[in-house]
Design a protein around this ligand. Structure first.
Ligand SMILES: [Zn+2]
Length: 410
């Protein structure tokens, strides 16, 4: 008996989730249409809608077309019925915020959190989350989950961060979901940052118009998230898209993967900043970036991007050279996956056309012509915040895929 009752409860919950998903996908829908789409009886639908309305997820608004008789009442999903927290964590900076269930942001904070010690860094993050909830007077009951985007290898089965050299050497086998769940009492969903960003682009950005796309993250590392036929391509453990480890120069610098001369070891943001600072020290010509270097003793990626617009300047040449080489990695993705669109994000993407134009030329040269000709290469819709929206998208996906009790327990 107990098992049957359990099954009945489960079916009831799953029916609620499916109903909510259909209402969310349509702008407005009547009970009759819903019953038809879900293959449920009108009585069952009436009961489900009553529960969903009581829980605040659905409202009645306007009248639909009559198919003879009374015009049916339309149902709408209420995006502000719940919120999710999103975070993108990097070595020293975390973007943290809250969005509604349509990914509309309520608040976005940027905090300096040192992640070198994983446990201490995550405790600090939990503290920032609590502070954000309090300062913004958010109703805790409406916070349905939190998604975390982080660099490195995230095992899709165990949800453990296997290794993340860009976060720090101590990031090995870190059970980030379990730890944060204990610290915050919120459902936590972790995802690799490029996968998360690809999901954000696909769910909320211009990627919506495609079924096959890639997102290239140009930040502390270089990696890709790939959507094939509407689904994130995970591979065996979730470690797809590591294009940063394409070897460009066998005699190049040592990469944190153990090889020499990987794309990432030469052209990811830390490598570009290091190269600029080393070369500017010896640079004798007149250049705006050299002036900054003289004033401050070093330059940042933001300084490089500020002057990248002038193609003849040091910064312009550096960004163009990086874009040309990164184009080889993008060409590899195009040759392997045949996407309709490739979105470029991460801090380097804020260089805009200075990056995109040479990258497009290089991609056209190195990818197979028929594939290259049909692909759209664009800047990411959400630019440097794609990782943050990625965290949000991961949490929202988990909720609506039925993975979270928070949404089911209405
Ligand atoms: Zn490497």
């Amino acid at each position: 008996m107990a098992k049957e009752a359990g099954n009945y409860q489960l079916v009831k919950k799953l029916n609620r989730i499916s109903t909510l998903n259909i209402i969310r996908q349509h702008k407005s829908i009547s009970r009759k249409q819903l019953a038809r789409e879900l293959g449920l009886t009108p009585t069952a639908i009436t009961g489900i809608i009553r529960d969903l309305m009581a829980a605040g997820y659905v409202m009645e608004k306007g009248l639909g077309k009559s198919s003879g008789g009374r015009r049916p009442v339309n149902l709408h999903f209420i995006p502000d019925s719940g919120y999710v927290i999103g975070a993108e964590i990097t070595k020293s900076k975390t973007t943290l915020g809250v969005v509604n269930l349509d990914a509309k942001p309520l608040v976005i904070n940027r905090c300096n959190i040192d992640m070198a010690e994983p446990r201490r860094g995550l405790e600090q993050l939990a503290g920032e989350v609590k502070k954000m909830i309090k300062e913004n007077h958010l109703e805790e009951i409406r916070i349905l989950g939190m998604g975390i985007a982080c660099s490195g290898l995230v095992d899709i089965v165990t949800k453990v961060v296997k290794r993340s050299p860009n976060l720090g050497g101590k990031w090995r086998d870190i059970p980030i979901e379990t730890w944060l769940q204990e610290m915050l009492g919120i459902n936590i969903f972790v995802e690799n940052n490029s996968n998360a960003a690809a999901l954000a682009e696909y769910t909320f950005g211009r990627g919506k118009e495609t079924r096959n796309m890639a997102y290239i993250n140009l930040g502390e590392g270089i990696s890709a998230g790939i959507i094939l036929d509407g689904t994130l391509a995970y591979g065996y453990k979730g470690y797809t898209g590591e294009i940063g480890h394409l070897v460009i120069d066998e005699n190049g610098p040592l990469c944190n993967c153990g090889n020499n001369g990987c794309l990432e070891s030469l052209y990811a943001v830390p490598a570009l900043v290091r190269k600029a600072n080393n070369e500017l020290a010896l640079y004798s010509g007149k250049d705006p970036l050299k002036t900054i270097w003289r004033e401050k003793g070093s330059v940042t990626i933001e300084d490089i991007i500020t002057f990248a617009g002038d193609a003849d300047s040091y910064a312009g040449k550096l960004v163009r050279q990086a874009a040309w080489q990164i184009g080889k990695g993008v060409a590899a993705i195009i040759n392997l996956c045949n996407p309709e669109a490739v979105f470029v994000g991460g801090i380097l993407a804020t260089a805009g056309d200075s990056l995109l134009e040479p990258l497009a030329k290089s991609m056209q040269k190195y990818a197979f012509p028929e594939l290259a000709r049909e692909v759209r290469l664009e800047l990411s819709t959400m630019q440097k915040d794609t990782g943050f929206y990625g965290g949000c998208a991961v949490a929202i996906r988990a909720l609506f895929d039925g993975g979270a009790e928070a949404l089911l327990d209405v």
